[in-house]
Each structure stands twice: as structure tokens, then as C-alpha cells.
Design a protein around this ligand. Structure first.
Ligand SMILES: Nc1ncnc2c1ncn2[C@@H]1O[C@H](COP(=O)(O)OP(=O)(O)O)[C@@H](O)[C@H]1O
Ligand SMILES: [Mg+2]
Length: 249
């Protein structure tokens, strides 16, 4: 039995001038999987997502999405193909209302742009985020960090992505809000959405993911099922704050 990966990245490199942030990485994501890329600050996680989303051109290497080579295609084309990015720091349009933010999300998609189909999708995302429904005419810039994260995810969903790239959704959020957001992410995945989740909060990410990759200084140093990595001594020491010598598994 073989399933073709939805996304396959081979020997991907990205240099910012003299600094090589991503040094030839390989990974793949199968349809329906929730895969996490964990790593310390500066490891190259955001750079990797930006390259996949078309915001940066790879220096070398290949990216296949749905079987086609996409490396170097511009972001708007990739968005239309079904690559949805929820950027680090959310990137909501602060001076637009929630409703306008969500409508902007539908703008890039392929397929129907009719008012009816946009309203239908709006209804679906508002069911996922009831908190946004009560605030549709509120300016996004006046929302809490957690609510802005909801807008950012909901806006990405309006483009009908086939692959959702999430960059540090837990960053800066209170624990209860982190729980809410991660509940939504898990729920989206259980309903079939393929997700690449980038997180510094390794414990949280590994608790939800099917598989995981560890990125260190632009190199993938470990990969496996989320359970394998949760039980790996190196991961436990470096990312989960557990002293492997003194703890039994
Ligand atoms: N626009 C940029 N210009 C130059 N260097 C950058 C730029 N963006 C990121 N970097 C560098 O690339 C490396 C990886 O950054 P990044 O992908 O943001 O890491 P992460 O998301 O894992 O924290 C870091 O050393 C960072 O300083
Ligand atoms: Mg980052």
C-alpha cells in the first residue's frame, strides 16, 4: 500500500545573504496527518514555513505539493493551490473588522467566490470559533492575542486549504487560550485537515501530532512518531526539560 505524500520536501536550502538558515532538509506529510516541526528559537522553523508558502524562494532543493513541483512559485498561486499559512505573530489586518479579515481569506482561493459560497464557509468557521461570531464588526487590532489567533486560523480556513501551516500558534497566549486553540487545531485535523505545526512548545505539539521532526540550526536531527520523540532521551532533555538520567520513563 502506498499513499503519495501531500507535501514532500527534499534537500531544501534557504540562505539569507550570507546566513544559511535551512541547510538541506528532507521531510514529508501524508494526507490527513498532523506533523510537527519542533526546535529552539532561530532553528529555521519560520523560514521553512515561509519557503513552503512561497514567501521565500528556496536557494536549492525541491518541494512537491499534490505531486507537482512548487518550489519558487509565488505565495498567491500556492494559496490558490491549497497551501494555507497562519503566520507567526498572527498577521491579522488590525484596522479591519473580523468579518473583513475573514472575507479577505476567501479572496485567494480557487473555486467559488460567490457571496453564497463565502457565506457558507463563514458559517462553518464561525461554528468552529463561536467567540468570533459575537464580535464580527469589531476591529481585529482590538482583540486579545488569543482572539487574533482565532481570526488568523479562521481566515486561513476561508481559503479552503488542503495543507495548513501553523507557525507558533501558542506564542504569547495564556494557558487556557492555548488549550482552546489547540483543541481547535486537533479538531480540524480529526475532520481531515492536514497540518504542519511549528512550535517551541514541544510537549504540547508532540502530545497532538502523529509524527515529528526536530530542527536544530537548520538541520533535521531527529524524526519519528510523536510518541517515539516524546520518549527519546535527547528530546526529553533538550525540549521537554526532563533530566533523562534521573527520570524513569
Ligand atoms: N529576514 C532575515 N534576514 C536574515 N536572517 C534571517 C531572516 N529571518 C531569519 N533569519 C535568520 O535565520 C535563522 C532562522 O530563523 P527562523 O526561521 O525565524 O527561526 P525560528 O522560526 O526557528 O525561530 C536565524 O538565525 C535568523 O536570525
Ligand atoms: Mg519562528
Amino acid at each position: 500500500m502506498s499513499t503519495a505524500p501531500l507535501l514532500e520536501v527534499r534537500n531544501l536550502k534557504l540562505s539569507y545573504g550570507g546566513i544559511t538558515a535551512v541547510k538541506g532538509i528532507d521531510f514529508y506529510i501524508n494526507p490527513g496527518e498532523l506533523v510537527t516541526l519542533i526546535g529552539a528559537n532561530g532553528a529555521g522553523k519560520t523560514t521553512t514555513l515561509k519557503v513552503i508558502a512561497g514567501l521565500l524562494k528556496p536557494s536549492s532543493g525541491s518541494i512537491h505539493f499534490l505531486g507537482s513541483a512548487i518550489g519558487g512559485q509565488p505565495a498567491y498561486e500556492l494559496a490558490a493551490l491549497g497551501v494555507g499559512l497562519v503566520p507567526e505573530g498572527r498577521g491579522v489586518f488590525a484596522r479591519m473588522t473580523i468579518l473583513e479579515n475573514l472575507q479577505m481569506g476567501a479572496y485567494v482561493r480557487q473555486g467559488s467566490h460567490s457571496v453564497k459560497s463565502i457565506d457558507h464557509d463563514l458559517e462553518v468557521v464561525l461554528e468552529t470559533f463561536p467567540r468570533l461570531r459575537e464580535r464580527l464588526s469589531q476591529l481585529a487590532g482590538t482583540l486579545s492575542g488569543g482572539e487574533q489567533q482565532m481570526v488568523a486560523i479562521a481566515r486561513a480556513m476561508m481559503a479552503r486549504p488542503k495543507l495548513l501551516l501553523l507557525d507558533e500558534p501558542s506564542m504569547g497566549l495564556a494557558p487556557l487560550m492555548v488549550e482552546t486553540i489547540f483543541g481547535v487545531i486537533q479538531n480540524l485535523n480529526q475532520h481531515g485537515m492536514t497540518i504542519l505545526l511549528v512550535e517551541q512548545n514541544a510537549r504540547l505539539a508532540l502530545s497532538m501530532a502523529d509524527r515529528a521532526y526536530v530542527l536544530e540550526s537548520g538541520v533535521i536531527t531527529l524524526s519519528g512518531t510523536a510518541n517515539e520523540l516524546l520518549n527519546d532521551d535527547r528530546v526529553r532533555e533538550a525540549y521537554l526539560g526532563v533530566d533523562a538520567k534521573t527520570s524513569a520513563t
